[in-house]
Design a protein around this ligand. Structure first.
Ligand SMILES: Nc1ncnc2c1ncn2[C@@H]1O[C@H](COP(=O)(O)OP(=O)(O)O)[C@@H](O)[C@H]1O
Ligand SMILES: N[C@@H](CCC(=O)OP(=O)(O)O)C(=O)O
Length: 383
């Protein structure tokens, strides 16, 4: 918080030096020169810094706002429209300019870009979530820079509230980023809104979960961006769930990204409570190699799909493959359709002995109990 010692802050800052994968979110307020078209000079500088970061071996995913504001500019509108269909039309027009500008800039550094338009719903639907995740992973492996924005044509809530901070955090969860950098028009998170309070003091570092931060973030925001600091704080908390550290920092600070990744103290760093490994457990389930298969009865399939509960041995009909406790298994219906993947609590030999067995009988069958569940819901991903 504001009272944190500089030495402690510096130690914490060292966190960013080893970052392997980063999501950088650039807000509307910054990108659009306060309504006078895209801030091309600033974009060129961010792209240069992002390209250097990429060259240094860090994977970069960009989440960029600016489509509505650039659309308004192209259409000659001076005020943000109130009708949803007009906002959506402006976003569709402006997204063209936004992506063209990024593509041209990244090309100068020999990098390809890809446009990804997502909704929050896409990321809560498990199947689409896994699809989005694998596409992003494939792009990153191909050394392409994905540029993500909301799919404003098909959403209403997100465009109304203009909140790409949440999208940035969801993407950080999706790709298991080590860090989420939110570039905005203020130098960071202050203890009061600096627009209305000249005495406001920057918070250099805090735990994302710190309840004292809530009182500092008014809902107020700029004329173009809409989310304000409130959505940035929420985004930091969301990103912390998968172990990512968030930095809210001024995009107009010279060489902001390069300096940040060189370990300089800039902006506000919001730290996750849990260690990265623990927080990521849930995200691991999707990408470890599958070592075996559990065939579930219809009741278990139903329980997993409808109520998202843990898988118990009583609902398992058969098992294939050789696996150890903690490895990944695929859970399939008797028709062979995959239902879920998860970390299994018993090895395959033991699972064979407890097929169809109720939880309270596990000890009698095995002589011990690892966990009451075969696959705990926290370690499971529905497919
Ligand atoms: N405690 C705070 N510290 C910094 N900025 C704040 C705070 N509370 C509210 N704000 C406002 O949030 C604005 C940034 O949010 P927003 O306009 O949505 O930016 P962006 O488009 O970058 O997402 C700032 O210009 C500032 O007026
Ligand atoms: N998706 C829209 C709205 C997103 C938006 O403004 O978000 P933010 O920059 O977080 O205030 C756009 O690109 O203009």
């Amino acid at each position: 918080m504001a009272g944190e010692s500089i030495v402690e802050s510096e130690l914490i800052r060292a966190e960013l030096s080893g970052v392997q994968r980063v999501v950088v979110k650039i807000g509307s307020a910054l990108l659009t020169n306060d309504g006078k078209g895209l801030a091309l000079v600033a974009m060129s500088s961010w792209v240069k810094q992002l390209s250097a970061l990429h060259r240094s071996g860090c994977e970069v995913i960009l989440v960029s706002s600016g489509s509505v504001a650039e659309g308004m500019n192209r259409l000659g509108w001076r005020e943000r429209p109130h009708h949803l269909h007009e906002l959506q039309a402006a976003a569709a027009v402006g997204q063209m300019g936004l992506i063209q500008a990024y593509e041209a800039e990244f090309k100068k550094h020999g990098l390809h870009t890809a446009q990804i338009l997502l909704t929050h719903d896409d990321l809560s639907d498990r199947k689409r979530y896994l699809n989005a995740r694998s596409t992003l992973r494939a792009l990153v492996e191909m050394q392409v820079i994905p540029i993500v924005n909301e799919n404003d044509t098909v959403v209403t809530d997100e465009i109304r509230f203009g909140d790409n901070d949440t999208l940035g955090a969801l993407v950080a969860n999706l790709v298991e980023a080590d860090a989420l950098i939110i570039l905005t028009d203020q130098d960071g998170l202050f203890d009061q809104d600096p627009r209305s309070n000249p005495d406001a003091r920057l918070v250099p570092v805090a735990a994302a979960s710190d309840g004292r931060l809530d009182a500092m973030v008014g809902g107020r925001s700029g004329a173009l961006g809409r989310g304000g600091m409130l959505t940035k704080l929420r985004a930091a908390r969301l990103a912390a769930r998968s172990g990512a550290v968030t930095v809210i920092v001024g995009g107009r600070i010279d060489d902001v990204l390069s300096r940040l990744f060189d370990g300089q103290i800039l902006g506000t760093m919001l730290l996750p409570d849990q260690g990265r490994q623990a927080a990521r457990k849930q995200w691991l389930a999707g990408h470890l190699q599958i070592k075996g298969q559990l065939v579930l009865d219809a009741g278990a399939v139903d329980v997993l799909r409808r109520s998202g509960r843990s898988l118990l041995s009583v609902g398992v009909k058969s098992v294939t493959g050789q696996f150890l406790r903690g490895e990944i298994v695929s859970c399939v219906s008797q028709q062979g359709e995959e239902v879920a993947r998860g970390l299994v609590n018993y090895n395959s030999d033991d699972v064979l002995k407890i097929l169809g067995v109720t939880t309270d009988e596990i000890e009698r069958c095995l002589g011990f109990v690892n966990e009451p569940e075969l696959v705990h819901r926290d370690n499971m991903v529905l497919v």
